[in-house]
Design a protein around this ligand. Sequence first.
Ligand code: WT7
Length: 705
Amino acid sequence: MPTEQSAIESVLNETRRFPPPAPGEVGAARWLIDSADAYRAMYERSLADPDGFFEEVTADLHWFRPWERAVEFKAPDAKWFLGGKTNLCYNCLDRHVENDRGNEVALVWEGEPIQPNGQPEIVTYTYRELLREVCKFANVLKKLGVRKGDVVTIYMGMVPELAIACLACARIGAVHSVIFGGFSSQAIVDRVVDADSRVIVTCDGAWRRGHVVPLKENVDAAVNELQASGGAGAGSLLRDQQIDYVVYLKRTRNQIVWHADRDYAWRDLMVMADEWCPCEELDSEDDAFILYTSGSTGKPKGIRHTVGGYMVHTYLTSKYVFNLIPGLATPKRPDPLPDGQLFWCTADVGWITGHSYIIYGILAARVPSLMYEGAPNFPAEDRFWAMVERHKVTQFYTAPTAIRAFMKWGQEHVEKHDLSSLQVLGTVGEPINPEAWMWYREFIGRGVCPIVDTWWQTETGGHMLTTLPGVHDTKPGSCGVPFFGVDAAICDEQGNEISGGGGLLAIRKPWPSILRGVWGDRDRFVSTYWTKFNVDGALDNGDGVSPYYFPGDGAHRDPDGYFWILGRVDDVINVSGHRLGTMEVESALVSHPSVVEAAVVGMPHEIKGTGIAAFCTLEPNEMPKDAAGMDRLRAALTAHVAEQIGAIAKPDQIRFTDALPKTRSGKIMRRLLRDVAAGVQQIKQDTTTLEDFTVLARLHESKES
Ligand code: WT7
């Protein structure tokens, strides 16, 4: 029964709305779905008759053996497309080649460096060419002993070989674990150990803003640490972990150390590899990949996705949310660039966004995918817009943090370029502030391109809440309505729907690409996602599992049924559109010899949306005597966090204090620290459980610099 009570306050009062463009208004010949009635009919059928709905929409995809039942669910375990046999790589590549599309462009890649001729390097692959490279690398992996179900760690820059490595794993049923190239060697150690991975694919280095990120060196440091602790024998935290092979692609030609016992150059292996590798006929529920993401406690968790459901959901969302139409007539491009639509997602493949919307969903939908190697401001702040113009990009997908940076850099960088090829704009990663949304629409979208604000997570595999470009009015700051197969609601902790105001976002039914688990940690899977909503007392009886999925976000739904995400409700901070557990940053700080205890919270940040504020108590006598000493310690701690996790986790603010506010039971009261970090002078919150009241007063004095 709906209740009126509102669990979370929502403050945004945004009333602007924009209708979908008329046919022809943005250059697209047509919209795949162009009426609210058509959307509603498909949506309702997707929930009421999943077998019928998914049979129709998955008919374009290839199944070695057709599935028999769409879904089977006993919380928390969902299975999709039962009995089906298929393969992601086959559907991204072979299927198009079989259908006589082998000569169409699949991937367009642009490198970061500007060559002596003043142009960047551009490489294109047709489906046939990509298939050949993927087959070769699949054979390389097999030669290295990789079998179905083995985890292959991929730690590379944004080069085509990254996509090739992923697809090669998918082809033979190996499970890839891509680690974002911005993470440190410690992050590699943690993930390799957790996944029990024995092969790492990397690059000598990656280009980023004109500099080389030493990827191979980071891998070496990780492998050396693994070997050192592996030798420590029983009792070692790291178990007996051995990396057998490191395959490295030479991209930046920086100096590397070569280890004869394990290092192999990508090209040396590829020249010897066979050009054909048969495709493994995988079960729908076989593992496709794992991808690590942060939680509020403990080390990052390896989110498990399986073959059939992930394929179907990323394909469907790519097609309908971005309105991908293979062969749609568009302005002519110079050779060797393809005609038709060209989709560009600016994310890194190290995040789920890149997995789903640079590689799998887009290739499956048969529209060429543009992949860019480097930074948005190299060699200048107009790089993205120069690229949109050069490649005549039709769909552009980025993050609010990037949009805020573009705004700050100024619209003159945009106005230098012809962006008239753009048809649909997308945003993902965090709530977008209406001001940034309006700027995006006006300056990038010429005031006509529809914006799709897609809410989803690493765990959901693909879009969950969004508008469809030819269907829905858009509202700045709202992510819209549920996609096909998604039953979303705002609930209280009993699982009752809340009709007015904010509450917890709940997904009440499984969808095809729902995470299947946390790698090697069943308890964490259950406790993180399936113990929030006590629907009909489900948590109190039996196995204590909720029938609803808990994403960890607060949200509210307006009278039109549009969702507005209010942000995380747990101790996870969303920095530049990516989740970081406060606990990870805290452990990194505490591992520095000067720090005794640390508490980390999010704080408002102009570009990143949320920045990181750290409160540290120090060892006796470690408190610096003067401001210069404090700055030195801050710099040292910042560098330490970057080394432990990666630059993305660097605190924006570090304060030293002699005590942290705690409850009587010793829990750090982060909600109070959030106010302190945000500069709230008068704390109006409930402080009755605070153990030592003077701590708060002293914290306010622990000014930032
Ligand atoms: C969290 C997931 C999905 C790929 C990028 C991040 C926040 C994501 C939106 C959006 C408001 C959003 C949520 C979510 N988030 N998209 N359109 N509007 N918030 O993936 O690292 O798994 O983070 O990002 O808080 O739970 P992720």
